[in-house]
Design a protein around this ligand. Structure first.
Ligand code: HEM
Length: 451
């Protein structure tokens, strides 16, 4: 039961009148949010700038209230809304009735039963990629994981091979994301209509992406062949009430959204997993034993996924410690109330997976990597929203099963063939919370082929 409070405002830090906690939040969001939760508990309040009130909600029942039962009172935060210049009105950024209609149309493509058809592509892409690795080398594995995830999304969405996907979509997308992040970080981003160099480059990269996506859609319309990739499934999807399929512009927005949301997150999850394994030799050995005993002398196969239970626990535990989506933001669409506090229209709510999933109330030894904690249905023994790497409610990650299966299968292919240990030179590992949580200076590991 939450401890209801009568005071108008929850506790929070002492702040400067003009900037509030802007500097502390921007310079180190994870540290700032963690310290708020430790000092003030369930709900705390701070300001970003003179007018933006922000509430950090740090209680599983309240998080459920915001994401599920009171979700009608909230819309996506301004950060996410600003991505509209790239992804238009796709699933990530659309709201209310339109979001629901789109979600209903797209959901079948991501059903557990359907995504298993992509498992073989995930395995083949990974094996092909690592077949080029030498038997012993120091590698920037954070870039490797980005390449593999990009290869998988290109193949499963468009039936494109990695090289083509990387050059025609991956690179312009990287360029747009770099600028998008810069714009999010700046207090007053220049409006896009001002023709400065940065804006021109940004718009050019978006235009390149548009050209590619509209060309792919057009080519598909002209062919008789039915494709089972995500583009094929989305093109055939029909609204259950009016029976209409998506217009090209909407299809473009959804494709861009899924491409954007669907590769960097999984790449970062895999990078953090390899980092954790490189630090925990015994866990890495135990994982290898499981993979070896299930796959024997053969390759990893789609049907192994369900049996790779330790690999699944390794991924779950990595998503707990280093959740690629480390915070979920919402903006109040109307005046409402949370835990007895009045929330005004326009106020922001933050719910942080990074903070919640390291809370010692729910996790023993919370900062230590212990995949075994996920054994025996552990997740059912803690409150529902004490673990929420994929969010929840009607806006739960549509790619959650896809991402989880992808992470487990890629990890199995990598670990079957290679050992991952620290490089000779010590490296600094610092989580950098941008749109997703990634290691600030990348991750280099020594990769050694298993005999
Ligand atoms: C480990 C990998 C991933 C993580 C941690 C992750 C996390 C999340 C989270 C937390 C949200 C909810 C955001 C919110 O409520 O504001 C979300 C939404 C979304 N994710 Fe993922 N995601 C991952 C992989 C993927 C993949 C592989 C895809 C697609 C192939 C994908 C597509 C989406 C889409 C389209 C949404 C918006 C859904 C909606 O609002 O209806 N994600 N993701």
């Amino acid at each position: 039961m939450n401890n209801r409070r009568n005071s108008n405002y929850p506790p929070g830090p002492k702040e400067k009148w003009l900037t509030g906690s802007l500097r502390a939040f921007q310079s180190s969001p994870l540290k700032f949010l963690t310290s708020l939760s430790e000092k003030y508990g369930t709900v705390s309040k701070f300001r970003l700038g003179p007018f933006q009130d922000v509430y950090l909600v740090n209680d599983p029942d309240l998080i459920k209230e915001i994401l599920v039962s009171k979700q009608q009172s909230f819309i996506k935060s301004r950060d996410i809304q600003s991505l509209k210049s790239i992804v238009g009105n796709g699933l990530l950024t659309s709201e209310k009735g339109f979001h629901l209609k789109q979600r209903r149309m797209i959901q079948p493509a991501f059903k557990k039963t359907h995504i298993t058809t992509y498992a073989q592509d995930m395995i083949d892409t990974t094996n092909k990629y690592i077949s080029r690795w030498s038997s012993r080398a120091e590698r920037l594995v954070s870039d490797d994981m980005m390449d593999i995830a990009l290869g998988i999304i290109s193949k499963t969405m468009f039936s494109m091979e990695f090289e083509e996907g990387a050059s025609v979509i991956g690179e312009p997308m990287e360029e747009t994301m770099r600028t998008a992040v810069r714009r999010m970080r700046s207090i007053l981003p220049l409006p896009l209509w001002i023709p400065v160099k940065q804006n021109r480059k940004y718009k050019q990269a978006i235009k390149e992406l548009d050209n590619v996506l509209f060309r792919l859609i057009k080519e598909r319309k002209e062919t008789e062949v039915e494709h089972e990739d995500l583009l094929g499934v989305l093109m055939r999807a029909k609204d259950e009430t009016d029976g209409l399929s998506m217009e090209d512009n909407q299809l473009r927005d959804e494709l861009m959204t899924i491409f954007l949301a669907g590769h960097e997150t999984t790449a970062n999850a895999l990078t953090w997993t390899l980092y954790l394994l490189s630090q925990h030799r015994k866990i890495q050995d135990k994982l290898f034993k499981e993979i070896a005993s299930i796959t024997r002398d053969g390759p990893v196969k789609p049907e192994h996924f369900g049996r790779l239970t330790y690999a699944q626990h390794v991924i779950s535990e990595s998503l707990r410690l280093y959740p690629p989506a480390y915070v979920i933001g919402r903006q109040a669409a109307e005046d409402t109330e949370i835990n007895g506090y009045r929330i005004k229209k326009g106020d922001m709510i933050l719910m942080s997976q990074y903070v919640m999933q390291r809370n010692r109330k729910y996790y023993e030894d919370p900062h230590t990597f212990i995949p075994e904690r996920f054994e025996n249905d552990f997740i059912k023994t803690i409150p529902e929203y004490a673990y929420f790497p994929f969010g929840g409610g009607p806006r739960v990650c549509i790619g959650n099963h896809f991402a989880f299966m992808e992470a487990v299968l890629v990890l199995a292919c990598l670990s079957k063939q290679f050992k991952f240990t620290s490089p000779h030179e010590p490296q600094k590992i610092k989580p950098q919370p941008l749109i997703t949580l990634r290691p600030k200076y990348g991750l280099t590991l020594l990769t050694t082929k298993r005999r």
